[in-house]
Design a protein around this ligand. Structure first.
Ligand code: XLS
Ligand code: NI
Ligand code: NI
Length: 436
């Protein structure tokens, strides 16, 4: 096959002084940070739907993307060719993982059987390319939001036939993910919510969603898939309200339905901001529950109220993400999947490289800064000391559950007004900026 990017060689690390736009200034895959290779900390992934399939259309205009290797048809041959191009892209970029929806890689057929055959035909190529290159599948998923049958939901559709169709589709997507050695499987419920409560039985829909996830867990067991399941929070878009609206809502749902041991969270930056939270907040909520699984790395535009899925370039953001991640012990099955698209104005193939290189360099810097902050120790030390009154005396008794209101009343009557130290927010912000 002719190369899709004939003018682009493998992207090399050239260091911060390089003026070569197609080089890494900070991401140096094998460099050790805190005793671990950068590539093993970051586990970057390419999102097939954006990088290979996004035409860069918007609600006001058609697609602008120039993808000379793609003939624009729904043929299997075209889908297989695209799959090979994706691996050429990953090889040249030096990214080890990719993620896909079933319908990104292969066209939907007229029947489920036809769709499954199409998917198998492309999975053949994906498998061969994985073997040729050593690249791996970070996670697979099923597109349960594009086809008109899912317009009222998939697992939360009011229609049992639609529920069944979605289940059949996930069954196949799970089997293909398993066949390709996928390290995880994601549920993002774009239509699992409502457009209006006037026609919605929320309790029944949530119970159906839980049944659906239990069926997925059962099927994974049946086929021997031991990868990690994730649920990806997002508050809205395309639905008015999505049930998996943020990390806390997802965790509550998982706990209520006995699913905590089976699913972790895949946290996406732009979804966090749509939910009115910072990315760091969402990561810390997930981590506190032992459920920080994977990350969809992108960023939104603060002036636009929708999921703009931009590539992350803000070092302050990547620093916060990497601090939260390192604190939680790093990735096991997860990774940093660039769920991001180039702008509609950036329509040439080379822009895909600029975008990913920028994201990888931004995360490499975030990683190095976060590691330096941790090694410095002042931040951790401050936070630890802030809670020191709970380390001994009455505080330790509170934490151990040894005292109640009566003992605490006696404590206050004896010792009076507590001494409260400053929160030192500005001091800490300055401290972080020493490293950025
Ligand atoms: C959409 C979601 C989607 C998931 C995968 O906003 O981010 O891309 O990551 O279904
Ligand atoms: Ni995502
Ligand atoms: Ni998104």
């Amino acid at each position: 096959m002719n190369e899709a990017f004939p003018d682009i060689q493998k992207i090399q690390y050239e260091g911060p002084k390089s003026k070569n736009a197609l080089s890494f200034k900070h991401y140096n895959a094998d460099e050790l940070v805190g005793g671990k290779k950068m590539k093993d900390h970051l586990r970057f992934g390419v999102a097939y739907w954006h990088t290979m399939r996004n035409t860069l259309s918007d609600p006001f205009g058609v697609g602008t993307a120039q993808r000379p290797w793609d003939d624009g048809t729904d043929s299997i041959a075209n889908a297989q060719k695209r799959a090979r191009v994706c691996f050429e892209f990953m090889e040249k970029l030096g990214v080890d993982f990719y993620c896909f929806h079933d319908r990104d890689v292969a066209p939907e057929g007229k029947t489920l059987a036809e769709s499954n055959t199409n998917l198998d035909a492309v999975a053949d190529v994906l498998e061969a390319e994985q073997q040729r290159t050593g690249k791996k599948l970070l996670w697979g998923t099923a597109c349960l939001f594009a086809h008109p049958r899912y317009c009222q939901g998939a697992a939360t559709s009011p229609n049992a036939g639609v529920f069944a169709y979605a289940a059949a589709q996930v069954k196949k997507a799970l089997e293909v993910t398993h066949r390709l050695g996928g390290e995880g499987y994601v549920f993002w419920g774009g239509r699992e919510g409502y457009a209006t409560l006037w026609n919605t039985n929320m309790k029944r829909e949530l119970d159906h969603l839980a049944r659906f996830l239990h069926m997925a867990v059962d099927h994974a067991k049946k086929i021997g898939f031991t990868g990690q399941f994730y649920i990806e929070p997002k508050p809205r878009e395309p639905s008015t309200h999505q049930y998996d609206s943020d990390a806390a809502a997802c965790l509550n749902f998982l706990r209520e339905h006995g699913l905590m041991e089976h699913l972790k969270l895949n946290i996406e930056t732009n979804h966090a901001t749509l939910a009115g939270h910072t990315m760091r907040h969402e990561l810390e909520v997930a981590a506190a529950a032992g459920a920080l699984g994977s990350i969809d790395a992108n960023t939104g535009d603060e002036l636009i109220g929708w999921d703009t899925d931009q590539f992350p370039t803000n070092i302050y953001l990547t620093t916060q993400i990497m601090l939260a991640l390192l604190k939680a012990g790093g990735f096991t099955t997860g990774g940093l999947n660039f769920d991001a698209k180039v702008r509609r104005e950036s329509f040439e193939p080379v822009d895909l490289f600029h975008a990913h290189i920028g994201g990888m360099d931004a995360f490499a810097r975030g990683l190095k800064i976060a590691q330096a902050v941790i090694e410095d120790g002042r931040l951790d030390d401050f936070v630890k000391k802030r809670y020191a009154t709970f380390d001994s005396g009455i505080g330790a008794k509170i934490e151990k559950g040894e005292v109640g209101f009566a003992e605490l009343e006696a404590h206050v009557l004896q010792f009076g007004e507590p001494f409260l130290a400053s929160g030192r927010q500005e001091f800490l912000e300055n401290l972080i900026n020493e490293f950025v």
